[in-house]
Design a protein around this ligand. Structure first.
Ligand SMILES: Nc1ncnc2c1ncn2[C@@H]1O[C@H](COP(=O)(O)OP(=O)(O)O)[C@@H](O)[C@H]1O
Ligand SMILES: [Mg+2]
Length: 167
């Protein structure tokens, strides 16, 4: 099942802080097996988003772009976070990461450039970040599976109450 929780009304994220707040709220309510697929061009804010997600999980270590480490793991938060950036990887290299073993596990996955995946996890929340101008991004979401769908719905409600101009 694939649903489009925010329909044709993407959220406007007016600053890097707004993007991190949205991600923070998602991190607060993430559960084991939560998967975030992060799409959008270079500079769209995917890594910025994962930094907020990490804070929401209680991770204090700096979260950097994992391009050269393939899968960066953070174990100090409420749930482990696995962060990967598939941008430069060949399909064979992506296959060798065995991400399918991670996304059924105890942690939260954040995957930049998920179009490189040979197969998708069974459930996911996909966020596409589009650059509007220097400080603004448009975020559109879709989800597979009820749990990810409700995760997003609940988070958007929380976010919109403190960011009334986002919708
Ligand atoms: N609303 C916004 N949301 C996220 N990042 C933003 C926003 N406005 C400006 N930026 C800037 O855009 C850049 C995004 O970089 P990054 O998160 O590394 O993107 P990506 O991982 O998608 O390539 C950062 O320098 C960030 O400060
Ligand atoms: Mg990045």
């Amino acid at each position: 099942m694939s649903q489009s929780p925010s329909g044709d009304r993407p959220l406007t994220l007016t600053s890097p802080q707004a993007t991190q707040t949205l991600a923070y709220l998602l991190g607060k309510s993430a559960t084991a097996g939560s998967v975030l697929l992060l799409e959008g061009n270079l500079g769209g804010g995917k890594t910025t988003f994962v930094q907020g997600l990490g804070k929401g999980l209680g991770i204090e270590d700096a979260i950097l772009s994992p391009t050269f480490t393939l899968v960066q793991e953070y174990w100090e938060g409420r749930l482990p976070l696995f962060h990967c950036d598939l941008y430069r990887l060949t399909p064979e290299a992506v296959y060798d990461l065995s991400l399918d073993e991670l996304w059924v596990g105890e942690g939260v996955m954040a995957i930049e450039w998920p179009d490189r995946l040979p197969e998708l996890p069974p459930e996911w929340l996909r966020l596409r970040l589009e650059v509007v101008d220097e400080t603004r991004r448009l975020a559109s979401a879709s989800a597979s599976g009820d749990r990810h769908y409700h995760w997003w719905q609940q988070t958007v409600r929380q976010f919109a109450s403190s960011h009334p101009n986002s919708q």
